[in-house]
Design a protein around this ligand. Structure first.
Ligand SMILES: [Zn+2]
Length: 400
């Protein structure tokens, strides 16, 4: 038995902090929360959290552990030959890098993540390695390969197909690998100069077939959508999660609200004010594209937020300039579009759990998994406290 004593608890839902509480953990489960607790827990491992804040472990609904599109030449060139061609053993390198990314993310307080697309099914192996304890990382949910309509924009990241039966076949291939969700790319990647984001990559017929096939296996469908038409096709087809949601109109927002869908706002993907590392590494044209799309992205998310669309924390880490382990910064970006501190924290805990259909986490609640993050400061008052992680527990075990 582990007891957190004198903890100021944010339970994932209620704005009111439970003061000086004891949170009792037994066999990986939160077994009790006792406010104003004066009990002297003998025979338990007691952790005194005086002055600290205890929250549900954070959840990131969109990462890419296999990717490291961070302009760091020392790291990037290691999987490519001098001519830029990928080495045949690049996947092994990707796997080792993913191990490091998993550890960093967990230590940042993220006890659960959903990967939006892996490389050559390395994510399948990583999920098992984490489960079996070979690798330290968050509880890890995967998409396998993204289903894409044209040649994949990252080697190994996507697999292309077309036609309703092609879609069904591709979903079945992902099922064979035992993925946790289906991810469909319904827009071109931003940084491919000359491609239109406005086109829906798949037709309604194709998308509907994929959704039907995924739902028949009990899996959710998450759709990368960066324009009005890609968003609306996904919604009409019955997809469950809209990823990015760039360029949503009043009509798209209305459709999303009607079906009660979650949007993953990925405000760093792209940020209208690109990081220094992007400015140093990308061409002028690509930087311009990122800026323009970032502006549309933030405007679209602002509109959706005002209309009360449900949102969950999602970084797209590993994508363009987004470092693994800096996932909590997304809460600060969400605040910038107008969300309150509590809304930002809920988006990273209880709302993220709801978006992904997890009923055993995202709260500090009796019977829930003991996924816990301890912060040095009060995030309700100072949201930057989410960057200052004191300790992390996953499933009842201390990881930091
Ligand atoms: Zn992504």
């Amino acid at each position: 038995m582990i007891v957190f004593k004198n903890a100021n608890v944010f339970d994932g839902e209620n704005e009111e902090i439970i003061k000086n509480a004891a949170v009792v953990v037994n066999d990986g489960i939160i077994s009790d929360i006792i406010p104003q607790c004066g009990i002297d827990f003998k025979d338990a491992q007691v952790v005194d959290l005086k002055g600290k804040y205890l929250l549900p472990g954070f959840i990131d609904c969109h990462v890419h552990f296999m990717l490291d599109e961070v302009p760091d030449k020392n790291r990037q060139m290691n999987d490519q030959s001098a001519g830029g061609v990928l080495f045949e053993n690049a996947d092994s390198y990707v796997a080792f890098r993913a191990v490091e990314n998993a550890r960093k993310t967990l230590e940042a307080g993220f006890t659960t993540v959903v990967d939006g697309g892996g490389v050559d099914y390395v994510d399948v192996a990583l999920r098992d390695a984490i489960k079996l304890g070979y690798v330290t990382g968050p509880d890890y949910y995967i998409s396998g390969k993204q289903i894409t309509a044209w040649p994949s924009h990252f080697r190994g990241l996507g697999k292309e197909t077309f036609g309703p039966w092609g879609m069904r076949n591709m979903v079945r291939e992902q099922l064979y690998w035992g993925v946790d969700q289906i991810k469909i790319e319904n827009s071109a990647p931003i940084r491919s100069v000359g491609r239109s984001l406005a086109k829906s990559a798949f037709t309604l017929e194709e998308m509907t077939a994929a959704v039907d096939e995924a739902h028949s296996a009990g899996l959710k469908v998450s759709v990368h959508a960066r324009g009005e038409m890609p968003v609306e096709t996904a919604v009409k087809a019955g997809a469950d999660i809209i990823c990015h949601g760039t360029g949503m109109t009043e009509k798209s927002i209305e459709m999303i609200l009607e079906r009660g869908l979650y949007v993953l706002p990925t405000l760093a993907s792209p940020n209208p004010e690109p990081d220094e590392n992007i400015l140093n590494a990308k061409s002028k044209r690509v930087i311009e594209l990122l800026k323009q799309t970032g502006e549309i992205q933030w405007e679209s998310i602002r509109k959706a937020y005002k209309a009360k669309v449900k949102m969950a924390l999602s970084t797209d880490s590993g994508g363009v300039g987004i470092n693994h382990g800096e996932n909590a910064r997304e809460m600060l970006r969400m605040k910038k579009i107008g969300m309150t501190n509590i809304e930002c924290i809920k988006a990273a805990t209880s709302e993220a759990a709801k978006a992904m259909g997890f009923s055993d986490r995202g709260r500090i609640k009796k019977g829930y998994r003991a996924d816990i993050v301890v912060l040095n400061g009060n995030p309700m008052v100072d949201l930057e406290s989410v960057l200052n992680v004191n300790s992390v527990m996953k499933n009842g075990i201390f990881c930091k």
